[in-house]
Design a protein around this ligand. Structure first.
Ligand code: NAD
Length: 723
């Protein structure tokens, strides 16, 4: 193994190169190499300046996250960075790619910083539930002021080199070759007799760093990072920079960072970090198959989903043919897209030119013939299997033989639609979430005959669209009827109704929330309890937004409604039958006044629930928040365990990614399966078994959950055993 750091001399200049592929993470060996290099160069009087640069595609892009669970490994980043800063010769950081986390902190500890214009620099630690722990919270305020430093740390996303230069974070932009430019810059510094410029020696500019500012930024951070403590801790650390000496500030930062890295919040976010990356690796999928080139996309249906998908594709530079059956629906769709872009321009998310460019990529029409020569067809017409089959049947006579075919169905049997296309090997589910141009999740559904090429292309597309693609199977490995499974799969030869996300929601979470209404809890009581648990939005506010007719229609058309015994979505379906469709009709579980979106408790809903409860012989009582939490969250775990055993989801981590990116499950709890592991599966199983004894049918414990609980294992262990 070559050493991850090396020193090259160019006369009185020393160039230290870090080479630790793929992203030059600041691992223990990089730290050791860097420390040794700085110690020897500091002692060497023939050296006049040092350049620290990286090989490969990026500067140090962060710490080695795998080390976070193993405690402190010497030398620590603090020791190394102090050695860099104390070097008696000027040290220049040469940045390209992304200088993130420990990489940005290394740059801050250097005396001067230069970068190529495309470089990005930032402290994204908060996304992992931690704070910068290698001096970032102390050095950044000294370079750019406490106010801007706090903003950058709380935003947790990198800024470009030009902006970094504007605020004083970078001294020099190098337009041409970085290595040559950095050396020339270092020689210039030697020529000027510039000498070392330790960041720690600079005063902190606290201008505007007042309570009102802090509160305002903190509130914005909490909105984005629901339930996280890390933003408050970041404030504490930056405040220390304004109040304490540099060394005391470093001590405070280290104390906070070390405690936080072991917190439940940080562990959960680390789990999701790795799970999101693992999701792209699909078991049994050949790595050597190249994806198809996608440049032109046809989207069929310009409704809620079609228009959002069109926007997402145009955002990624794809050409879009938006095809409708109804002229009014088409013009509504195109107008809605324009409105989405105009609002993005208004909020300065994109420029007016970008809006024009993206709108120019979208072409609307009423003829299916527009699919000619496209590389990808995404169907987003209403959830009606016969309609979808008819559309794909017609494609056979049109000229798109090489295209990847995809349906956005949320619940239907993909294999049945794929068969109607006559090209099931080129068929995948691309299950976008609403609003499609915002939601990060893309559930990629693998049919029985989906080819590796189709799957690899879908995964590459997810990446191009900047979505998290998670592959799930359309149907169980073996027909479930044979395994005696009462609910869930086993529909139509093992097809998983609702795949992973919607199945867990409909068969677990929402079903149980609906039953709790009958037992005595009001919709707003249940919503509040689950929002306190950490969900982005309570289940009934969410259902009202999605539309109760949509859910009822899919339960009816799939035959599920007729097969399930009461109480099964009794309240939701009865509201829909009475025309209370949710926000769009002014009433659903809640009522809405004058077109507003604020849900208001509605005595009519209460009366309907009471009437249904009487009819079903359910005795009403007081239900407390703890019961609401258990009754709604544990079915997710139980259904998740069935989904894993059936092979519908490949890993518990995939389920966690789906629920945290698509359904508002609190990220600080790591997703339902990680949360179950953190509770202890034996505890979860016992509770579910108790509820099965009390409530029967839908609570039957999943065999996998029982097996793991009895053998003292976790979902994570089960998953590792199968790697
Ligand atoms: N709405 C959601 O939250 C959501 C989320 C994920 C997936 N989905 C799925 O996406 C699909 C579309 O849902 P939606 O909410 O956008 O429905 P929608 O009713 O808003 O839009 C469907 C559009 O398809 C058009 N259409 C009907 N027949 C057509 C045909 N033959 N050719 C071209 N266009 C035709 C309709 O005119 C309508 O504009 C469904 O399968 C649904 O299950 C919906």
């Amino acid at each position: 193994m070559p050493l991850p750091t090396s020193i090259r001399r160019e006369g009185s200049l020393a160039i230290v190169t870090i080479d630790n592929p793929p992203v030059n993470a600041m691992s223990a060996s990089v730290r050791a190499g860097l420390l040794a290099a700085m110690q020897s160069l500091s002692r060497d009087s023939s050296v006049e300046a040092v350049v620290i640069a990286c090989a490969g595609r990026t500067f140090v892009a962060g710490a080695d996250i795998r080390e976070f669970d193993s405690g402190v490994i010497e030398p620590t980043a603090r020791q190394v960075l102090n050695a860099v800063e104390r070097c008696p010769h000027p040290v220049v950081a040469a940045l390209h790619g992304t200088a993130l986390g420990a990489g940005a902190e290394l740059a801050l500890a250097c005396h001067y910083r230069c970068a190529v214009p495309g470089a990005r620099i930032g402290l994204p630690e908060l996304t992992l539930g931690i704070i910068p722990g290698a001096g970032g919270t102390q050095r950044l305020p000294r370079l750019i002021g406490a106010r801007r430093a706090l903003e950058l740390i709380l935003e947790a996303s990198p800024i470009g080199a030009t902006e970094a230069q504007r605020i004083g974070l970078i001294d020099r932009l190098i337009q041409d070759d970085l290595a040559t430019g950095a050396v020339a810059y270092a020689r210039e510094l030697i020529g000027e007799g510039a000498g070392p410029r330790p960041t720690s020696g600079l005063p902190v500019d606290s201008d505007g760093f007042d309570d009102a500012f802090i509160e305002q930024r903190l509130a914005a951070a909490h909105k984005r990072m629901r339930g996280q403590r890390a933003p408050d801790l970041a404030v504490e650390a930056v405040r220390a920079a304004t109040q304490l000496s540099f060394e005391e500030g470093l001590d405070r930062e280290a104390q906070i960072a070390l405690r936080q890295v072991k917190s439940a919040e940080a562990k959960a976010l680390r789990h999701l970090f790795f799970a999101e990356r693992a999701a792209a690796r699909v078991p049994g999928l050949s790595q050597s198959v190249p994806p198809l080139m996608i440049q032109r996309v046809a989207i069929i249906g310009a409704g809620t989903m079609g228009r959002g998908i069109a926007g997402t594709c145009a955002d990624a530079g794809l050409q879009v043919e938006l095809i409708e059956a109804d002229a009014q629906a088409l013009s509504n769709g195109l107008a809605a897209l324009r409105a989405i872009y105009e609002s993005a321009v208004g909020r300065e998310r994109i420029t007016a030119e970008q809006m024009t460019e993206r709108l120019a990529l979208i072409h609307g029409g009423l003829a299916l013939e527009a699919v000619n020569d496209v590389d990808l067809v995404i169907e987003a017409v209403p959830e009606d299997i016969e309609l979808k089959k008819r559309i794909f049947g017609r494609l056979g006579s049109l000229n798109c033989a090489g295209a990847l075919l995809a349906s956005n169905t949320s619940t239907l049997d993909l294999d049945e639609i794929a068969a109607a296309s006559g090209r099931p090997e080129s068929f995948v589910g691309l299950h976008f979430f609403s609003p499609a141009h915002v939601m990060r999740l893309l559930e990629i559904v693998r049919g029985r005959r989906t080819s590796d090429e189709a799957l690899v292309t879908a995964l590459a597309l997810a990446k191009r669209l900047r979505k998290v693609g998670v592959v799930v199977a359309n149907s169980a490995r073996e027909p479930l009827a044979a395994r005696g499974s009462e609910i869930g799969s086993g529909e139509r030869g093992g097809h998983s109704f609702g795949f992973v996300g919607n199945r867990m929601m409909l068969e677990g979470y929402l079903r149980e929330a609906d039953q709790l209404l009958l037992e005595g809890a009001a919709p707003d009581r249940i919503d509040r309890a689950l929002e306190r648990f950490g969900f982005a939005m309570g289940p009934f506010t969410m259902s009202d937004m999605a539309g109760l007719d949509v859910a009822l229609k899919s339960r009816e058309s799939s035959g599920i409604r007729a097969r399930r015994r009461p109480p099964y979505h009794e309240v939701a379906d009865e509201l829909a039958r009475r025309g209370r469709l949710g926000q769009k009709s002014g009433a659903g579980f809640y009522r809405y006044e004058g077109g507003a979106r604020t849900p208001l408790p509605d005595p009519e809903t209460t009366a309907l629930i009471e009437e249904l409860a009487r009819r079903l012989g359910i005795e009403r009582r007081t239900v407390n928040d703890e019961e609401i939490e258990v009754r709604c969250v544990y079915p997710l775990i139980n259904e998740g365990a069935k989904i894993l055993a059936e092979g519908i989801a490949y890993r518990p981590g995939d389920i966690d990614v789906i629920w945290t990116t698509g359904y508002g499950f609190p990220r600080v709890r790591g997703g339902p399966m990680f949360y179950a592991d953190s509770l202890g599966l034996a505890n979860v199983y016992e509770e579910i078994a108790r509820l099965y004894a009390r409530l029967g049918q839908y609570w039957q414990p999943a065999p996998l959950l029982k097996e793991l609980a009895e053998s003292g294992r976790s979902f994570a262990q089960w998953s590792n055993e199968r790697q």
